[in-house]
Ligand binder design. Structure first.
Ligand code: DNO
Length: 354
């Protein structure tokens, strides 16, 4: 595994100099954040990120995300221009040394939670998803002032309403067709540049606000990988996104897709599944519903050698900042991953000797 850490560029309050002090930290996961979705990233911005990362002895090899314009997902006539821009972005970051690009194909809303600072019994705060709170939200209602994290803040309420309405006219099969159209054009470019595309699962992995969602379970991941059967068309295995629903067997998925060589990036996060949703928890297995050891072991045993990052952390030790993306708990997560990995590796080597 290549240990990595998400960093939001110059606007991130966490200095790269701190991130490099996390033991075994290798690579930074970042993006150009000041260009509107769908447009081409200036080469100077890409090179500026690379320079900052490398000056701190870290590698600039993973982008999360190059966002996909809604016109592509909706299959609108303008999509060809946006796909061409997307291909150009792949070429540009590849030229700067990037090896892996994470993205998602979720209609309108990226990841969704209902509260960002839910207090756990130990006094830390975390992100949670409670269904009854989601049920009270109608993103189409002008009166509703609720916005959820991860939502594209560039839409005003009316624009949001009109995009959501366009999706309501689209079936899940239409969305699959639009994904296929996109993949068939971008994967050959990624292959040419030898960059691994790694789609992120829908988070949470079920339909929201009546909108179609596709990248949610094993059946659909199988279907996704077959659309373009090339290793450059791969996935980000996000344990928390898949694992917040009891019907996904994350260990089985880690085993299967790592063995196929199609997992290029892993987001390691533990969640506690509840009757009415889930809570994000600290990384160790006993803190949530996922067996993090079994997932890491499945990855190791099946030859995973891609990038891995501790996903969201709680806010601990009085830290404030971007929900899910503080330094302290993610650093603890990274250390936990290092420990798991060392134990698995040594155990495995020992077993081989016998
Ligand atoms: C949440 C993240 C997602 C992810 C995108 C990838 O914290 O995991 O926002 O970056 O879905 O495109």
């Amino acid at each position: 595994m290549k240990l990595s850490f998400r960093w939001y560029g110059r606007q991130d309050e966490i200095p790269l100099a701190y991130i490099r002090q996390i033991p075994k930290m290798e690579a930074i996961v970042t993006a150009v954040y000041d260009v509107p979705v769908g447009e081409v990233w200036p080469e100077e911005s890409i090179m500026d990120l690379k320079k900052q990362v490398e000056e701190n002895s870290l590698k600039f090899e993973v982008i999360e995300s190059i966002p996909v314009h809604e016109d592509i997902k909706l299959g609108k006539p303008e999509r060809d221009r946006y796909i061409e821009n997307y291909c150009e972005n792949i070429r540009r970051v590849a030229k700067a040394g990037v090896k892996c690009i994470c993205y998602n194909f979720m209609p309108v809303f990226d990841w969704t939670r209902t509260q960002l600072d839910h207090r756990l019994p130990d006094g830390s705060t975390t992100l949670v998803y409670y269904q009854e709170q989601v049920d009270q939200v109608n993103p189409l209602e002008t009166k509703s002032d609720l916005t959820l994290p991860g939502w594209d803040a560039s839409y005003d309420r009316d624009e949001l309403r009109s995009v959501v309405e366009e999706y309501h006219r689209l079936s899940e099969e239409d969305l699959w067709d639009n994904l296929e159209y996109f993949l068939k054009r971008i994967i050959p470019v990624a292959a040419e540049c030898d960059v691994n595309m790694a789609i992120h699962e829908d988070d949470p992995c079920w339909s929201m606000f009546g909108l179609p969602r596709m990248i949610t379970d094993e059946k659909n991941l199988d279907r996704f990988l077959k659309i373009v059967d090339d290793k450059h068309n791969g996935i980000t295995l996000c344990t928390g996104s898949l694992g917040c629903s009891g019907y996904n067997d994350v260990v089985k998925m880690a085993t299967k897709y790592a063995a196929m060589g199609r997992i290029h990036f892993v987001h390691m996060r533990n969640v506690k599944i509840l009757d009415n949703g889930f809570e994000e928890r600290a990384h160790p297995s006993s803190c949530g519903s996922l067996d993090m050891y079994a997932i890491a072991k499945a990855l190791y045993e099946n030859g995973f050698d891609g990038y891995i990052r501790p996903d969201h952390g709680r806010m601990i030790w009085g830290e404030t900042g971007r929900a899910g993306y503080g330094l302290y708990d993610r650093a603890l997560g990274a250390s936990y991953l290092n420990g798991l990995w060392e134990a698995i590796e040594k155990n495995e080597r020992g077993e081989k000797k016998e």
